[in-house]
Design a protein around this ligand. Sequence first.
Ligand code: PEP
Ligand code: MN
Length: 263
Amino acid sequence: KANRKFHPDDSILEIAGNMVGGKELTIIAGPCSVESEEQILNVAREVQAAGATFLRGGAFKPRTSPYAFQGMGLEGLDLLKIAKRKTGLPIVTEIMDVAYLDRFIEDVDIIQVGARNMQNFALLKQLSHCNKAVMIKRGLSSTLEELLMAAEYVMAGGNNRVILCERGIRTFETATRNTLDLSAVPMLKKMTHLPVIIDPSHATGQWWMVEPMAKAAVAAGADGIMVEVHPNPPAALCDGAQSITPEKFTELMRKVDAIARIE
Ligand code: PEP
Ligand code: MN
């Protein structure tokens, strides 16, 4: 179902009034994690003013260490809902546990499957039975074929509303957090009709590399980007080093827009 061979036309998904996969770039921006009502509302207003089309924010966080901040959980989901109600921005957030699926279906516009859960087949099967948009992030060491098979799990159960996200992969290089596989954009476009989003924040791990990689992603033909934005990156509870300020995000949007206009 994900194979381009049998579906030559690009998939364009209508999500909360936004077209994902069409001519318009999809811009998902917001903090790594929801930290407070003030934080998420501030970021939501700032990224919306800059032109973002979706608000991101983690409520359930997949942290490497069990002692690291795990996210605000359902309280974080409630705060995202408040931000959505006050700004109108649709929300993207990660699901970790199928136990909360009903809440996610009710409140979330794009359900994110994180890199670490890309091959959580039980989770993918559950998501296949709903009609919510699902964004699947490429596993840390997964091939594009494996990423497409994860999409296939969701589509096989009847949910065709799938978005793919390249967020960097594990290589021998340690200077960057991950290695952004930009060639995944044209290759995925050849292999599948599904929209492709690039996450330059997790791909690089460093805030000053987010803009050049975001520009490169758009130039390479990505359908959109997902960027971590925090009002005070050094104080962020998660991923501050790769988060940009709302001011830098505004600048990035201007530059990315100019590139998107080039044919
Ligand atoms: C995220 O986007 O918040 C995240 C945890 O990313 P990844 O699953 O790609 O590590
Ligand atoms: Mn993060």
